[in-house]
Design a protein around this ligand. Structure first.
Ligand SMILES: [Zn+2]
Length: 133
């Protein structure tokens, strides 16, 4: 399971790292997170990962529950990978924040970082909504 998660990440980075992606507007991003396509792919990923946080699994070999579905390569950088199950993984809210903050510190300037932080909030909010359905 741990190796599967590691391989999935490598594959996603290889597939989407170098693409010159279409730049979606915030409206498009928000609409995507409310779409049937997202709800359906989200459910598939949770089933595939058995609801376990893949970051915790990769980093520590531990199984803890997760309820957030996270883009390995962010959807704003690889819009074409937004609904690709190979670019998605389950994470817990704590590790989700950690993933985005670490990425933010390494790669993003101030403006971009704020957008990423907004995105974390958006994903968690949309996920919470889904959990109630
Ligand atoms: Zn995320």
């Amino acid at each position: 399971m741990q190796q599967t998660a590691i391989n999935r990440r490598k594959k996603a980075f290889d597939k989407y790292r170098h693409t010159n992606s279409y730049q979606p507007s915030e409206k498009e991003v928000q609409a995507f997170y409310r779409s049937r396509e997202w709800l359906s792919v989200r459910r598939k990923v949770i089933n595939r990962d058995h609801g376990f946080d893949q970051v915790e699994l990769v980093d520590f070999g531990r199984l803890i529950d997760g309820n957030t579905v996270h883009h390995i390569v962010p959807l704003r950088e690889a819009w074409e990978g937004r609904a690709d199950v190979d670019n998605l993984e389950v994470v817990s809210p704590a590790n989700h924040n950690r993933e985005h903050i670490e990425k933010g510190n390494k790669q993003l300037n101030g403006k971009r970082k704020r957008i990423e932080e907004l995105k974390v909030v958006t994903e968690v909010v949309s996920n919470d909504k889904t959990e109630e359905l």
